[in-house]
Design a protein around this ligand. Structure first.
Ligand code: NAD
Length: 368
């Protein structure tokens, strides 16, 4: 799965920042060597994970924010010492093109807004990190990749699990056939949305594109693909029963699907927004052994075991590791480990899963 960057991009003028410090007086003294990130959308994930992570990152820092809520702008300005000139709203966002403090725009909005803000950021000649899932569908995702290529900027997806030890270990076990050839995979990522508000974008089809498959199931899709180190050849899927119609009249309540790989290996997957236990796992069985992460996808508390015993690995601050690694790639003019093209691939798989579920579980073949 080679995601490489054309040599032409490396010679683009936007890479001038790689060679020299910007010397910008607005950067805090200790941030001189760091690239400036602007977070777009100051919801839960930005507030509780990304902004605190950006206080610990070595290669980047929180330079700016983009928000439609003036009170949030005030609070963030105070808390993170953000100069007024680095604070934008959704209307004047494009002026970010003229701001040397901002090297990277990180899109942390509802899914329906990812494409618009990624493309606007690319036109402003800023590198982009976009949250998962990348877009509402594969075509929209491809348009984001194209816009970044046309504007000579790099696009990375916020797939944090590629940057943490437990999931990295699974990649190694599966792809390097440490226990022989992989024979089967199981992946489940469930949450419970039925205790909370009905007025949330995740339950709105226009904003979210779909339900748990888009939001959580994407981790299972990823888990299966990075266990195998190759793309699936076909999928079959079924929507689960709707027992909470008050919540799930626009997006699916739950879905189960199978991803079939060359040689007949099958990944059995499940994702639900109505599981009180919040099942969360990635497991694999190979010729001579097995492994199991449970929980596999949360921000912390991961646990792993193989047929040889417990995985002795640390839980790290994944968002720190992710952003530091992605920014290091950007500095070198290289694609990150999780580039836009990977996001497009995943949207193709997700669209095929929905196509199958909408057609009584028919087998949908995939071509990449
Ligand atoms: P959230 O609802 O907490 O925040 C969304 C933000 O978008 C809010 O600041 C809201 O004001 C803003 N917004 C702008 N226009 C909006 C509109 N029309 N409707 C609703 N909100 C609007 O959501 P979140 O949990 O922070 O998720 C944001 C993104 O981050 C999503 O793409 C999500 O999938 C992703 N995410 C990723 C992870 C991860 O582990 N990588 C974890 C959580 C969320």
């Amino acid at each position: 799965m080679g995601f490489t960057l054309g040599a032409t991009l490396l010679s683009s003028p936007i890479y001038s920042f790689m060679a020299a410090e910007t010397g910008n007086p607005n950067k805090m003294k200790n941030n001189k060597d760091k690239l400036g990130i602007a977070l777009v959308g100051l919801g839960q994930y930005s507030t509780n994970q990304l902004a605190p992570a950006l206080e610990e990152t070595e290669n980047c820092y929180l330079a700016g924010i983009v928000t439609g809520t003036p009170t949030k702008a005030e609070a963030w300005k105070e808390k993170y010492n953000i100069p007024d000139k680095n604070i934008y709203n959704y209307e004047n966002f494009d002026e970010i093109a003229n701001n040397d403090n901002i090297d990277i725009v990180y899109v942390v909005l509802p899914i329906s807004m990812h494409a618009e803000y990624t493309i606007r950021a690319a036109k402003a000649k800023k590198h982009v990190i976009c949250e998962k899932p990348m877009a509402l569908n594969a075509e929209e995702a491809q348009s984001m990749v194209d816009a970044c290529a046309e504007n000579g900027v790099l696009l990375a997806i916020g797939y944090r699990l590629h940057y943490e030890p437990f999931n990295q270990r699974v990649m190694e076990l599966g792809q390097n056939e440490v226990f022989g050839k992989v024979q089967s995979i199981e992946a489940v990522d469930n949450s419970n949305m039925t205790r909370g508000s009905l007025d949330v974008w995740r339950l709105n089809k226009d904003l979210a594109g779909g339900g748990p498959l888009m939001d959580l199931g994407i981790y299972c899709v990823q888990g299966a693909v990075y266990t195998m180190g190759k793309n699936p050849v076909a999928v079959t899927a079924r929507f689960g029963e709707v027992t909470e119609p008050e919540y799930f009249h626009e997006v699916e309540q739950s879905i189960t699907w199978e991803m079939e790989f060359e040689g007949g290996v099958v990944a059995k997957c499940e994702s639900s927004y109505a599981d009180k236990e919040g099942k969360n796992l990635l497991a694999g069985k190979a010729e001579n052994g097995w492994w199991r992460l449970e929980p596999a996808y949360g921000y912390s508390g991961k646990k792993g075991e193989t047929s040889e015993g417990k995985m002795d690995l640390p839980n790290i601050y994944e968002q720190v590791s992710q952003m530091d690694s992605q920014v290091e790639s950007f500095r070198k003019g290289e694609q990150s480990k999780t580039p836009g093209e990977m996001g497009v691939r995943d949207m193709k798989i997700i669209m095929a899963i929905y196509e199958s579920a909408n057609n009584d579980g028919k087998r949908v073949e995939l071509k990449f």
